[in-house]
Ligand binder design. Structure first.
Ligand code: SF4
Length: 306
């Protein structure tokens, strides 16, 4: 009987005939690209993220997720019957001068409509006057700037590059450091529906994004922020990776569990200490968790800047 060889791609295990390593890498590349496009389309369709005539500000930090998101949203226009406009918006946190220049060069070379906001938010967030976590302040300032710019550009939707792993990490950050069950949502309205935040990569695992970005040769800005690998997200990511390595189905199961909550099997709220009863208030915001109720800085679920 012919022997089949297993390959783990995303959260699926596929079997194929024995092939050379060159054939294998070509086969995997083609598969990954197809799978990312399929999951992007599925997310957009299932969550109702994009409609005909939309004008969308795509937040492009220069990381692998947002670069691929911008690329795929434009590429998709050639295959679908609806029309929408894209404006890439890069909010530079100000750690160096070259990053924003490189983004400008990329947008110009590839013919994207774009806006670059040069700020000092990242530097200010690490300054002595900031008593919050650097990520909290930096993400809040960048988000406010992004919302202001989207309004100015007449974009009623803002696309963020959060992927499936980001959503799962946020879920665990909130449980471990915020004592609440919450994550990010693929579609969220703000200011009474004036602006809608969408996350078209919500169903796409991070490693497929990495692979496809590399297949396409998309440039990626190196993280030059001193907090990029020191926040709570990095901690949770390491834990998650251990789980995902042991069983590739865990990622999909956690994602599905987020919308399959059985409240009957969750304990009722504990009473507030010293108040004689009632629902306890949430603890103060954990480090690396985005918040902010002010009108121009809506909470969008996590401090990871995209
Ligand atoms: S890791 Fe990201 S959000 Fe945190 S301070 Fe650095 S640039 Fe800002």
């Amino acid at each position: 009987m012919e022997r089949l060889f297993p390959a783990v791609i995303g959260d699926k295990i596929w079997y194929s005939k024995k092939i050379t390593s060159k054939q294998e890498s070509g086969w995997i590349m083609a598969f990954v690209d197809r799978e990312v496009r399929r999951l992007l389309g599925k997310g957009i369709h299932h969550y109702g993220l994009i409609e005909n005539g939309d004008r969308i500000a795509v937040a492009v930090s220069g990381g692998k997720d947002s670069m691929l998101l911008l690329w795929l949203l434009r590429e998709r226009l050639a295959r679908i019957p609806i029309r929408y406009e894209l404006v890439a918006v890069h909010v530079d946190p100000g750690f160096d001068t070259e990053s924003a220049d490189r983004m400008e060069e990329f947008f110009t070379r590839e013919g994207f409509c774009y806006e670059i906001l040069r700020t000092d938010y990242g530097v200010r967030a690490h300054g002595p006057e900031n008593r919050e976590s650097p990520c909290f302040l930096c993400a809040r300032l960048r988000r406010s700037a992004l919302f202001r710019k989207a309004r100015e550009l007449g974009c009623r939707k803002i696309a963020l590059g959060h992927n499936q792993d980001d959503m799962i990490e946020t879920f665990f950050i909130n449980i471990c450091y915020g004592a609440q069950v919450a994550a990010m949502v693929p579609r969220q309205e703000f200011f009474g529906g004036e602006i809608t935040v969408i996350r078209p990569l919500a169903l796409v695992p991070e490693r497929n994004i990495l692979r496809m970005g590399a297949n396409l040769g998309l440039p990626v800005l190196q993280a030059n922020c001193p907090s990029s690998d020191k926040n709570k997200r990095a901690e949770i990511r390491t834990l998650m990776e251990t789980l995902f390595r042991k069983n590739p189905k865990v990622r999909g199961n956690i994602y599905r569990a987020m919308s399959n909550v059985n409240l009957e099997y969750l304990p009722p709220p504990l009473p507030v200490r010293g108040s004689g009863g009632g629902v306890p208030p949430l603890p103060s915001r954990p480090a690396g968790f985005a918040g902010g109720a002010e009108e121009t800085s809506p909470r969008v679920g996590g401090a990871k800047a995209k």
